[in-house]
Write a protein that binds this ligand. Structure first.
Ligand SMILES: C[S@@+](CC[C@H](N)C(=O)[O-])C[C@H]1O[C@@H](n2cnc3c(N)ncnc32)[C@H](O)[C@@H]1O
Length: 273
């Protein structure tokens, strides 16, 4: 496990994923009934953008670094407000910290992180947060162990793997099947890199072949996806997107794309209900 998210925190792909995540969790707040968020690849939760890893790549400068003066009327404002609350612009909140800031007392966040050092950092971050659990656990194993949740009938599963080992798209597609078998009502968000179109098309076909229904994909491309060695863009596949999410996602990506100078952004229905 060589991947460390600290080198990439706050880059364009994080901005896309996190703005969409905040919007997705926002849809759960419309009802008072409890919900659960399972973050299967949680990372360390908070990243120092002045630390050596972030300094080394400087990736955040073309991501969150360009959003400091965003207008309060912007569709990105709710996410950026949470970034500020978490210690931004220097300390950038990852997915579990954003989710935890949105929970009400009746809601719950379960985080899994396989890297022991990262898990310890995450554990320390949430030591005093009662409705957050942190597990040192394999993401895919956690789906079988932790679903369905004991205390909620609705929830969101975010899977955000590092794609450092071959076969990650296949594992994501299998993981989705496990989630749908064990916790059918779950909204699922699967993050994926877009280097080249071929593996993404194979992933889409795997979802279709498995009979998955109701899939929305949101994508942000910084360059045409022609160089398989570069992260040219990223996507979030959302299964069972909540009512109104497609429109919000479109507004978020249009704004983000304009501010970051993206090549293209799109929100499309991959598979209807
Ligand atoms: C892309 S980062 C996660 C970033 C985080 N979701 C965020 O948005 O702030 C992926 C994380 O997954 C962890 N990881 C890698 N393989 C894993 C596995 N099989 N199970 C659980 N965690 C894993 C890595 O250590 C890394 O911290």
């Amino acid at each position: 496990m060589n991947y460390r998210h600290a080198y990439h925190a706050g880059n364009f792909a994080d901005c896309m994923k996190h703005a969409l995540l905040v919007s997705l969790i926002g849809t759960f707040l419309r009802k008072p009934t409890p919900f659960m968020v399972l973050d299967t690849h949680a990372g360390i939760g908070r990243y120092d953008l002045q630390g050596p890893e972030a300094e080394k790549t400087g990736e955040w400068k073309d991501g969150i670094g360009r959003l400091e003066h965003e207008n309060p009327e912007s569709p990105l404002a709710p996410w950026l407000e949470l970034v500020r609350k978490a210690g931004g612009p220097r300390f950038y909140p990852g997915s579990p910290l954003l989710a935890s800031l949105m929970l009400r007392p009746q809601d719950q966040l379960i985080c899994c992180e396989k890297h022991p050092e990262d898990k310890r950092a995450l554990y320390r971050l949430f030591a005093r947060t009662p409705n957050v659990q942190v597990h040192e656990r394999d993401a895919y194993e956690s789906l079988r162990a932790l679903l369905p949740p004991a205390q909620a009938r609705r929830g969101l599963v975010l899977m955000d793997p590092p794609f450092e080992e071959p076969g990650e798209f296949e594992r994501l597609a299998e993981g989705l099947q496990t989630i749908q078998t064990r916790f059918a009502p779950a909204v699922v968000a699967l993050w994926y890199p877009i280097k080249h179109r071929t593996p993404v098309h194979a992933f889409e076909n795997a979802l279709k072949d498995a009979g998955t229904r109701d899939v929305l994909k949101a994508e942000l491309l910084m360059r045409p996806p022609h160089d398989p060695e570069r992260l040219n863009g990223s996507g979030l596949m959302v299964i069972k997107p909540p009512y109104g999410f497609a429109q919000e996602a479109q507004a978020l990506l249009t704004r983000l794309g304009t501010t970051l100078g993206a090549y293209e952004s799109a929100v499309t229905t991959l598979i209807p209900e």
